[in-house]
Design a protein around this ligand. Structure first.
Ligand code: FPP
Length: 253
């Protein structure tokens, strides 16, 4: 099998990289079960995969990487699992802050982080503030995030702005609507990677993924690495994106 360096070189040579890659990191629990370990061990190893992919994405020149880290539905998991995921997230953010700074990574989040415990929220906010001037990869963590709630929140704000006379109904178009979403200012994802074989969107970036290319791999998230990431990029490079139009050949123009 091709080495990581070879894969990286091939992807770089081809050009046409996605600007924004979104990932649903699934399969931590199954990975742990296969090894007779508690689910929380799967999440711990999942963090190792996160580090590999963040490094690979920055290295190859991806501009935006959005990771589905915790959905609003994930609160329904057993209490010890929820707190294990939260602790991993904060510990990793604190531990890796210097590496983010050294690698010019800007950290941002989408989702409701205000309802998290103040200590953990402050660690996140501190990392966001300290990396805010970085100009390399933007690492966007979807945390306590729900695509439907994001759309509802936008609709409510639009209604409020209309009621306050700040917005006219005629002004509402797709681009204006996007400005009310949590992803304001970010381009829509070009590529969605989902691990562990599930063919679902799972309430992730519902508005933003209208024309996103989907890539599903059977690899469980803790086993996902640089090579797997470059293979996903290479697959994307073969896609023909039409955005609802037909392919235009020169004779048809
Ligand atoms: C899905 O696997 C994974 C999650 C819900 C949590 C992902 C979180 C991390 C990897 C830690 C985040 C850390 C950073 C620094 C971003 P699953 O538990 O749904 O697996 P299963 O479908 O096999 O049960």
């Amino acid at each position: 099998m091709a080495s990581i360096e070879t894969l990286k070189r091939q992807v770089l040579a081809k050009g046409n990289l996605p600007t924004h890659v979104a990932i649903i990191m699934d399969g931590n629990g199954r990975w742990a079960r296969q090894r007779g370990l508690p689910r929380t061990a799967g999440h711990k190893y999942g963090v190792k995969a996160v580090k590999k992919v963040v490094r690979a994405a920055g290295d190859i020149g991806i501009k935006y990487l959005t990771l589905f880290t915790f959905s609003t539905e994930n609160w329904n998991r057993p209490k010890n699992e929820v707190s294990a995921i939260m602790n991993l997230l904060y510990e990793t953010t604190r531990r890796e802050l210097n590496e983010l700074l050294e690698n010019n990574v800007r950290l941002i989040t989408i989702g409701d982080i205000e309802s998290l415990s103040p200590k953990r929220r402050d660690i996140l906010k501190d990392a966001i503030a300290r990396t805010s001037k970085n100009t390399g990869l933007t690492l966007n963590l979807a945390l306590n995030y729900s695509g439907r709630l994001e759309i509802l929140q936008a609709v409510k704000q639009i209604a409020a702005d209309i009621a306050a006379g700040k917005l006219d109904i005629k002004q509402i178009d797709e681009s204006r609507f996007s400005q009310y979403l949590l992803t304001k200012g970010l381009p829509d994802p070009d590529l969605l990677i989902r691990t562990s074989g599930e063919m679902r969107i799972s309430n992730f970036l519902l508005w933003q993924m209208s024309y996103t290319e989907l890539y599903v791999t059977d690899i469980l998230w803790p086993d996902f690495d640089e090579a797997a990431f470059y293979r996903a990029l290479s697959d994307f490079q073969k896609r023909e994106r039409r955005f609802g139009r037909v392919k235009q050949s020169s004779s048809e123009r």
